[in-house]
Design a protein. Structure first.
Length: 97
């Protein structure tokens, strides 16, 4: 699903204009992005949690040459789905087979 598809869904289901729907989606995504960049956890009840984790510097290998390289410390975004979402996904898988 793309942002454009989300805008279209809001336009169809809520009745906002396409411009209003687009501004709403952009505002929501910008707010989420700002929270994550500042290190906050973003929680959506019934959906899941987005959080930023710190990864330490470590040794790695270039897979093409086998040369050992130093990987710098970095921040990574992780998503942990809620139990509700996990259960829904598994119910749909079971009913599809």
């Amino acid at each position: 699903m793309t942002k454009a598809e989300i805008v279209e869904l809001i336009y169809e289901r809520v009745g906002f204009s396409k411009k209003e729907s687009s501004e709403l989606v952009e505002t929501v995504f910008d707010s989420i992005k700002e929270a994550l960049v500042s290190g906050e956890q973003v929680k959506f009840s019934g959906f899941g949690n987005f959080l930023v984790r710190e990864k330490n510097a470590r040794k790695g290998r270039n897979p093409q040459t086998g040369e050992e390289i130093q990987l710098e410390a970095r921040r990574v975004l992780t998503f942990k789905p809620s139990l509700v979402l996990k259960n829904e996904l598994n119910e749909k898988d079971v009913s599809a087979s």
